[in-house]
Design a protein around this ligand. Structure first.
Ligand SMILES: *[C@@H]1O[C@H](CO)[C@@H](O)[C@H](O)[C@H]1NC(C)=O
Ligand SMILES: *[C@@H]1O[C@H](CO)[C@@H](O)[C@H](O)[C@H]1NC(C)=O
Ligand SMILES: *[C@@H]1O[C@H](CO)[C@@H](O)[C@H](O)[C@H]1NC(C)=O
Ligand SMILES: *[C@@H]1O[C@H](CO)[C@@H](O)[C@H](O)[C@H]1NC(C)=O
Ligand SMILES: *[C@@H]1O[C@H](CO)[C@@H](O)[C@H](O)[C@H]1NC(C)=O
Ligand SMILES: *[C@@H]1O[C@H](CO)[C@@H](O)[C@H](O)[C@H]1NC(C)=O
Ligand SMILES: *[C@@H]1O[C@H](CO)[C@@H](O)[C@H](O)[C@H]1NC(C)=O
Length: 491
């Protein structure tokens, strides 16, 4: 339901005035000179506006393979898959230490679902300064192509995906398929498979860097890394509107040594409104805050699946969306092991969750050694949450085994929460309690009105290192004997 509360009228008026002023200034600017562009949005790098990149960024041993030299036109209509494959194969077989596949600025390239396979002779750089996009929706997706993935990088050691360009997943027609949640007749969800492609998938690869790109509107997850090692993601920008189901920003699984730094992920913003003013950051903020009330469909900013360890996430801005998640783990009675995860110096805004650990009943293994530190929350529904009763169908039964959640530290988590739910929730399994949860410097205030609920704990053991706001009195002291004896929690 769309309803604007009284408390929203003032900011709405403010937004409208701001928008009007902005459009006026913009119109005037354009009448003076065609080539002057607003740079108020730091990430508004529509390729044709971006400054040309210097042709020789790389050392003298590098080779540059421009996809246009392999027949690609860059008109945004022609299928260029074959040209990209040729460019890839040539670069991959080149013995130079760095081989750059250049997707030039000012051009749009349409390519179909493709697996780019290694290993390659030297290091590879896929430098996207223009735009890359898939066919526009399921109707144009070739029948014999995978509907699970679009661009796949497989068995590559040493690759960088970078540039000042755009990867446009064109997901809208996939999100609107009748099989998607609530898209059926009268808001129903018809059963059956509803595959939609992941935009970028790295599989069984190592020494990967992703840097500088804007990735938007994936049909499903924007990035998925599975079976990878040594992954560094830096300064990327991911956007998708709120009506986009299951469009996690970055999902990692069975992947270790991961660094995600200095990036912005917003996969739940209000689509219709932002279409008018896609590139103005201040307005994004203004409107995003205004629509905090409407719960988002978007999805996780970063999700960490089973088999991940040594993950460092620093200085990222998440939201609107579902926040940062570890899980869901232990689905179909599976064993999950996740350890040594650090999330620090970040901002989570207008999200259903802040930092979340979610596991299914019946799993085994453990999540251990997780630190959430210096995280600012703005209007988040569940800023701190452990949910060991995760279930999508309302038909899950309680089981006697669970993924053990232990050694989780929350320090310096401040900001505001949306009062529809309790700001802290530790709902741990009946049979396998959470242990050694530590809280310090927590200060979470209701966004407006008064706190309604106390923090919630169920079978959660841990300590407060400082007083918290709101006060937490429900954590159990010590370590339960039962957990120490459990074999199922070993990893
Ligand atoms: C690269 O080439 C330029 C001129 O061709 C030369 O001046 C420079 O020293 C070379 N750099 C390296 C690292 O070899
Ligand atoms: C799909 O079919 C087209 C045309 O029939 C063919 O050229 C292409 O190689 C096929 N692709 C795959 C992945 O089988
Ligand atoms: C991958 O990274 C590891 C560790 O940094 C390094 O030892 C190895 O040489 C790298 N391999 C390639 C192909 O870059
Ligand atoms: C944090 O990331 C933003 C980009 O989202 C960047 O502008 C800023 O400089 C980064 N801050 C630090 C301290 O690196
Ligand atoms: C599972 O256990 C939790 C905690 O004891 C309880 O709140 C919940 O209702 C149970 N669910 C089912 C389906 O029995
Ligand atoms: C509790 O967890 C922290 C890390 O979160 C760890 O440093 C500490 O040693 C753990 N304490 C116990 C008793 O396991
Ligand atoms: C928690 O941390 C302590 C100290 O670092 C370690 O001994 C213990 O094994 C950890 N617990 C789990 C379940 O990994």
């Amino acid at each position: 339901m769309f309803r604007v509360k009284h408390s929203h009228i003032l900011p709405l008026v403010f937004c409208i005035i701001f928008l009007t002023l902005f459009l006026l200034v913009q119109a005037r600017g354009h009448s003076h000179t065609e080539h002057k562009h607003s740079h108020s949005h730091k990430y508004s790098k529509t390729p044709k506006h971006a400054p040309p990149s210097p042709p020789h960024d790389y050392n003298n041993a590098s080779c540059i393979f421009d996809v246009r030299n392999f027949g690609a036109l860059g008109d945004g209509k022609t299928d260029e898959t074959e040209s990209f494959k040729m460019a890839w194969d040539t670069a991959c077989q080149s013995e130079s230490s760095v081989n750059v596949i250049l997707v030039p600025q000012g051009f749009s390239f349409l390519i179909q679902s493709t697996i780019f396979t290694g290993p390659c002779q030297g290091g590879l750089v896929l430098k996207v300064d223009g735009t890359l996009m898939p066919p526009d929706g399921p109707e144009y997706w070739p029948k014999n192509n995978s509907r699970h993935q679009w661009l796949v990088f497989y068995r590559i050691n040493g690759m960088s995906l970078e540039g000042g360009g755009l990867i446009d997943g064109r997901g809208e027609k996939w999100w609107d398929l009748p099989c998607k949640p609530h898209k059926g007749p009268h808001g129903t969800t018809p059963p059956g498979p509803c595959d939609s492609p992941i935009a970028l998938r790295f599989f069984m690869s190592s020494n990967l860097t992703v840097r500088g790109l804007w990735i938007k509107d994936s049909p499903q997850f924007h990035f998925r890394f599975d079976g990878c090692r040594n992954v560094h993601i830096e300064s990327i920008y991911i956007t998708a509107p709120k009506q986009s189901p299951n469009t996690d920003g970055i999902h990692i699984e069975n992947t270790n040594d991961v660094k995600i730094y200095n990036s912005v992920i917003s996969n739940g913003y209000a689509r219709k409104i932002l279409l008018i003013i896609p590139h103005v950051r201040l307005l994004h903020q203004c409107i995003i805050n205004l629509f905090a009330e409407l719960s988002s469909i978007g999805d996780d900013c970063v999700s960490i699946g089973s088999g991940c360890y040594d993950v460092d996430i620093k200085n990222i801005t998440c939201g609107p969306g579902h926040g940062i998640s570890i899980g869901s783990l232990g689905n179909h009675n599976s064993r999950a092991c996740v350890s040594n995860i650090m999330v620090r110096d970040s901002l989570i805004k207008v999200s259903d969750n802040g930092v979340r650990i979610k596991t299914w009943q019946g799993g085994s293994g453990s999540v251990s050694g997780v630190t959430f530190s210096n995280i600012h929350m703005v209007s988040v529904r569940n800023p701190i949450i452990i949910d060991q009763f995760y279930c999508l169908t309302n038909e899950c039964t309680n089981k006697t085994s669970a993924v053990h959640v232990s050694n989780i530290s929350y320090t310096d988590i401040k900001g505001t929460y949306d009062i529809r739910s309790s700001p802290m929730r530790f709902a741990c399994s009946d049979s396998v309690p959470c242990t050694n949860l530590t809280l310090s410097d927590i200060e979470l205030l209701p966004e407006k009105g008064y706190m309604v609920d106390d923090p919630f704990c169920w079978n959660a053991y841990g300590d407060l290192e400082t007083l918290t706001i709101p006060p937490v009195s429900c954590l159990l002291k010590g370590t339960p004997q039962s957990v120490l004896e459990h074999d199922i929690t070993r990893c």
